[in-house]
Design a protein around this ligand. Structure first.
Ligand code: GLU
Length: 372
């Protein structure tokens, strides 16, 4: 019996239904499209460390209502134990880093995660890491880790949209596939990824696009980097360049204060002025359209830039780039544009750059991707 059959059967026995929307990968990466023998462990079984942080994937359904649940109830080791067949993929160990809904993700937890992963790779304890995480901010944790980890070994973040015990819980299938991706030889050199609902996404592009649907994640500017089902891991993009721009992780948090200001019609400069007087070291504009805002808001951003605060124009629009000097004269005003980084990732990158002493607008722009 194939692994896929065993898993699907076991999941049916366990009362779980797994979405099996294996998408066809039409790509130039024909070699990657072959069935994946690397998902079957043999001699040299991959060593995978599961780091649990909480989220709906470790939540339990609230019996008082059809939709209520508490996130962060189940421990990582029990999550792993609850997935039939997962032990055949890898030698799995599990550690608990935190047990929070990811709305409470913090610099403290991020630093713990980064240090533990780096240590595990440096000591050659593991071949890959899986992080169970709430879906609300998983894109930020993925982007943070990609920015600071000094390793290209696979680190796969995974969550679920439905808690354990709910009808059609998606957690067990997602966790199975996350371990499968982390353990696959095809994932070597790919660093941080997010696996949700049979898709593999890159940290720069992934974003949550739906509040409740199982198919909640997409990479609007780039598409998924690969696809996974219980029998195969397929990548449709080449591995990233090895020369990654790794930023130093400060000895301790918190990261410098950087505020996101959301643009809207009838906008004045008050929110921005408050951010300045509250001591923000950086301001990210979640701008309208290509990163624009009212004359009053732009004038307030000028005041911020003149005080040495890093000003980054991003957009509240889900896809597309914010380019320099289109409607706003960034050169004259000393602003930075976020290109394809959404406001929450632009904020994180700005925090890390400031923490590394990079505040000059041209150097910050270079770190965001130059004129790319
Ligand atoms: N707000 C919770 C969290 O992000 C629930 C969302 C989820 O995990 O899907 O952890």
């Amino acid at each position: 019996m194939s692994i896929k059959t065993i898993v699907q059967r076991s999941m049916l026995v366990a009362g779980l239904v797994v979405g099996a929307s294996a998408l066809s990968a039409t790509s130039a990466w024909a070699a990657d499209a072959a069935p994946d023998a690397s998902t079957a462990p043999a001699a040299g079984t991959p060593r995978i460390l599961v780091l649990a942080t909480g989220g709906t994937i470790s939540g339990t359904a609230d019996p008082r209502s059809a939709i209520g649940y508490n996130s962060g109830n189940v421990l990582g080791q029990d999550l792993v134990r609850g997935v039939p067949g997962i032990e055949k993929l890898a030698n799995i160990s599990a550690e608990q880093i935190s047990n929070v809904g990811s709305q409470d993700m913090s610099d403290k937890i991020w630093f713990q995660l980064a240090h533990r992963i780096q240590e595990a790779f440096d000591r050659n304890e593991v071949d890959g890491v899986v992080i169970t995480h709430g879906t609300d901010t998983v894109e930020e944790t993925a982007f943070f880790l990609q920015s600071v980890l000094r390793s290209d070994k696979p680190v796969v973040l995974v969550g679920s949209m439905r808690p354990g015990g709910s009808t059609s819980a998606d957690g067990p299938g997602n966790l199975y596939e996350a371990v499968e991706v982390a353990a696959s030889t095809k994932s070597q050199g790919r660093g941080v990824m997010v696996v949700m609902n049979d898709q593999i996404h890159g940290p720069r592009w992934i974003t949550k696009t739906n509040t409740t649907a199982v198919q909640a994640f997409a990479s609007p500017n780039a598409g998924a980097i690969g696809y996974v089902d219980p029998a195969s891991v397929r990548f449709v993009t080449p591995p990233p360049q090895s020369a990654r721009n790794v930023l130093g992780l400060p000895a301790a948090g918190p990261l410098p204060r950087v505020e996101i200001v959301y643009a809207h019609s009838n906008m004045d400069g008050l929110q921005i002025d408050h951010a300045i007087s509250d001591g923000a070291k950086g301001i990210v504009l979640a701008g309208e359209g290509d990163g624009d805002a009212s004359k009053e808001a732009l004038a307030a951003l000028d005041r911020a830039a003149r005080k040495g605060i890093v000003v980054v124009r991003s957009t509240r629009v889900m896809s597309g780039f914010v380019n320099r000097n289109v409607e706003v004269d960034d050169d004259k005003r000393g602003f930075v544009v976020s290109l394809d980084l959404n406001p929450q990732k632009a904020r994180l990158l700005t925090q890390l750059l400031i923490a590394n002493g990079v505040t000059d607008s041209q150097k910050v722009q270079q770190a965001f991707g130059g004129t790319w």
